[in-house]
Unconditional design. Structure first.
Lengths: 79, 739
């Protein structure tokens, strides 16, 4: 899985996150509303996944490997 | 050029000029309907002309401008300073095309891209859809673009395409990834994501329904962006924005930077000697730093090389020359750019075609008719002479005919010269635009007030004034008027005023350029005059402020001291003075510290016909312009007194210097006769002087021909004319003669 709960409690996004990651991400965020999302290993994420992040606005642990996410999505998540 | 194109040229030029004036009037009063209507009509008529001569590029551009103006007229669009600049740029382009047509004798071949780029200035905001504009992606700028640009003002220059993309709600099921498409956009500048509906709480969010809309700005081309989004579904708008304004050349040097550079130049030009290398080295380093700071990196680099070379060779000249060139460099050639606020070139000032009222032509036709009658009666007189009529009767007949001929020729001359009479408006009308642009370049706020533009003078005088006035106006804008901050500090209104006035005084026309700026920096003039060796330091120190002001007309003073982007075009005030004096005019300057500067031109209304008084001296005949003659006096020889090397006469309690004309011209004098001396009292630039001659002649109207060829450089001579008996009459230039 490219989306998983880390042993320390953070939610990790890894590699290329496909559309199917959106629902598990949503469920994890619902279960752990205060969890960090660690996207340092994320290379790309589907719009559906990002939409969940945008709606939930979790705390982010970065930077990501994707310049696009870092430059354009991170500022939106911070708002 | 066919007659058709000839007409197109004349009318096109007039329309461009008129519309330019209307645009400036519109900028003054944006709420006024009249100038707006007039501008619209101007563009419309120009477009019509372009259609008639089949000039599609011009039609295309004018059509776009007209469409945008029509939106302004219907109240859908506000008129802004930028819009005025765009319309002016459009007219500039038309003007250039007209010039090219005149030069090349055929319609210019215009690249589609040129016309499209210019048209795009208007089409972004034009709701009008033309067949040509249809090819462009879109015409009306939708209302979401401006807010987007407003949020990212820094991208306004670079953005070429704006994208708004609202993917379908179910797009995820079609394996679409909208943000991946956006991420792949070429030249992405900004990205905004907004929810279509407010975000629900996380548990209510449907992760497989797309709730996002995206707006983005890109610096990529319209085609590339479109290609990139080809596979997307949903609603999307892609809009080409007006092209980014090309950056032309280097940024202008600030006055402060220029002042520093000028000082370095002076330093570098000092005589070599002790401390030379150190002085040159530091002057050079300062200059390089200033240039670099001003964003002239390439120039700084070039100068650094020249400096290093100069230091190695122990020579300052190459460095000084290079620096001089840099600071007197004209504006980058911007008039080929669509938005280049090109200054009207001087050759444009010349009036190419005259519109003459029918009445004037009719009057001349009538005069020619009378001349024909006279010619016939002269034929009759010759027959009488051949048949041996007595000479007294023939003499009476010829005298009568001569009087008639004299009257007719005079009338004909008057009518012809009347045709050449133009109002000053022909020159003045170019200046509001010019001042607007120069002020804009320098970031100054300046109001130009024009008075007396209907004052008339001969075409040659009116045109002859245009170059000097241009120069003086440039000086006023560049040096006379302070920046808004300095003005505020001096307690003045932040908007400066420059007055341009014309008035007629008798046979002279007075034209003044006055500003309410800082006045002439006499301390600087003193320093520069001393540095350039215009006069010895003691003399400069002894000069009054007024005399120092007048020094700006001295040759060699003005060029480098007044170099800047706006005013430095290599013409000094000395050139202004000589240009004016060529027409028998003169120029003076008055300046008050912090109160402003006034330059006053005084010119004859007509230059062609001059009334002269003929004189004889050293058995030669000379003419003196009657305007210089105050009176003729027959004096007892004893009245002329010798004062040192000069002579003078006391006339009505005034001591007037007297020059013996024959001696002054190196001619054999008539010898020291006892008895009476003939003296012409002349007035030149307010100074009285006497001219001692052998004999007074008569008053004549002459067509003065200026000296040309080898004789052009002769001083003291205004020109020549042929006398009735074939002798050449040399007309003296009193001002030069008495210097």
């Amino acid at each position: 899985m490219t989306v998983r709960l880390a042993p320390e409690g953070g939610i990790v996004l890894d590699g290329v996150c496909p559309v199917n990651d959106a629902e598990p991400l949503q469920q994890l965020l619902l279960k752990h509303p205060d969890a960090w999302v660690d996207w340092r290993g994320c290379e790309q994420a589907h719009t559906a996944v990002l939409q969940v992040l945008i709606a939930a606005k979790p705390k982010i642990c970065g930077p990501t490997r994707s310049a696009f996410l870092q430059k354009w999505i991170l500022p939106i998540l911070g708002r | 050029v066919t007659e058709f194109l000839e007409q197109f040229l004349i009318e096109g030029r007039e329309l461009v000029q008129q519309t330019t004036e209307d645009l400036l009037a519109l900028e003054e009063a944006p709420q006024d309907q009249a100038p707006l209507d007039s501008v619209f009509r101007g563009f419309h008529t120009l477009k019509g002309l372009a259609g008639i001569v089949e000039f599609p590029a011009m039609s295309r551009v004018l059509h776009a401008a007209e469409g945008s103006l029509s939106a302004v007229r219907s109240g859908n669009q506000a008129i802004t300073a930028e819009a005025i600049t765009d319309y002016l740029a459009c007219l500039d382009q038309v003007s250039q095309w007209l010039d090219e047509l005149e030069r090349e004798d055929r319609l210019p071949e215009v690249q589609d891209s040129t016309a499209n780029a210019l048209a795009a200035l208007f089409e972004e905001s034009s709701p009008d859809i033309s067949p040509a504009a249809m090819a462009a992606p879109a015409t009306a700028q939708p209302n979401w673009i401006e807010p987007l640009l407003a949020v990212h003002p820094e991208q306004r220059g670079a953005a070429r395409v704006a994208v708004r993309y609202r993917p379908d709600r179910d797009c995820f099921f079609r394996a679409e990834d909208p943000l991946a498409l956006i991420a792949a956009l070429p030249g992405l500048l900004t990205l905004e994501l907004t929810p279509n509906e407010p975000w629900p709480s996380l548990d209510a969010l449907d992760p497989f329904a797309c709730n996002l809309s995206m707006t983005a700005l890109s610096s990529g081309t319209f085609d590339d962006v479109t290609e990139c989004l080809r596979s997307a579904t949903g609603q999307f708008d892609i809009h080409a924005l007006a092209p980014a304004r090309p950056v032309t050349g280097r940024p202008a040097l600030s006055p402060e930077a220029l002042a520093v550079l000028e000082d370095q130049l002076l330093l570098a030009r000092e005589e070599t000697g002790q401390g030379f290398a150190g002085r040159l080295g530091s002057a050079g380093q300062v200059s390089v730093n200033v240039l670099r700071h001003a964003g002239w990196a390439d120039a700084a680099e070039a100068l650094r090389h020249v400096l290093a070379e100069g230091l190695r060779m122990g020579q300052a000249a190459p460095f000084a020359e290079c620096l001089q060139k840099l600071i007197s460099e004209p504006l980058p050639a911007s008039d080929t750019e669509i938005d280049g606020p090109s200054l009207p070139r001087s050759d444009e000032i010349a009036v190419r075609a005259l519109r003459v009222e029918v009445e004037r032509i009719d009057a001349m036709v009538r005069l020619v008719g009378e001349l024909t009658v006279l010619k016939n009666s002269l034929g009759h007189a010759t027959r009488l002479a051949r048949d041996g009529i007595n000479t007294v009767a023939l003499g009476a007949l010829l005298t009568e005919q001569h009087v008639r001929l004299d009257r007719l020729v005079q009338e004909l001359q008057r009518s012809l010269l009347g045709i050449r009479i133009l109002p000053m408006r022909y020159v003045f009308r170019r200046f509001p635009r010019l001042v607007r642009e120069m002020a804009g370049e320098l970031g100054k706020s300046i109001r130009l007030v024009i008075e007396g533009e209907a004052t008339e003078a001969d075409k040659a005088v009116v045109e002859g004034l245009s170059e000097p006035l241009l120069h003086v106006l440039r000086n006023a804008v560049g040096h006379g008027v302070e920046t808004a901050e300095k003005r505020a500090a001096a307690g003045k209104s932040p908007t400066a005023t420059i007055w341009l006035r014309a008035a007629r005084m008798g046979e002279r026309i007075i034209v003044e350029v006055e500003d309410d700026g800082a006045g002439i920096d006499t301390a600087k003039v003193r320093a520069v005059a001393a540095a350039r060796g215009i006069a010895v330091p003691e003399a400069i120190a002894a000069m009054s402020e007024e005399e120092i002001s007048r020094l700006i007309f001295a040759p060699g003073l003005s060029t480098a001291a007044s170099v800047s982007e706006v005013s430095g075009r290599g013409v000094g005030m000395d050139a202004v003075r000589s240009a004016v004096e060529r027409f028998g005019g003169h120029v003076e300057v008055a300046s008050r510290p912090d109160g402003g500067t006034r330059v006053r031109f005084e010119m004859p209304i007509a230059v062609i016909m001059s009334r002269v008084l003929t004189l004889e001296a050293g058995s030669q005949i000379f003419g003196v312009p009657l305007e210089n003659v105050v009176e003729t006096a027959r004096l007892a020889r004893e009245q002329i007194i010798r004062i040192g090397a000069t002579q003078a006469v006391v006339l009505r309690d005034r001591t007037i210097p007297v020059v013996n004309l024959a001696n002054a011209l190196g001619l054999p004098g008539a010898g020291a006769q006892a008895g009476q001396a003939n003296v012409v009292i002349t007035s030149t630039a307010g100074q009285l002087a006497g001219l001692q001659v052998d004999r007074f002649g008569e008053q004549l109207d002459v067509m003065l021909r200026p000296m040309d060829g080898l004789l052009a450089g002769l001083r003291g001579i205004a020109g020549t004319t042929l006398l009735g008996d074939g002798r050449v009459l040399i007309v003296l230039d009193m001002e030069e003669l008495l210097q």
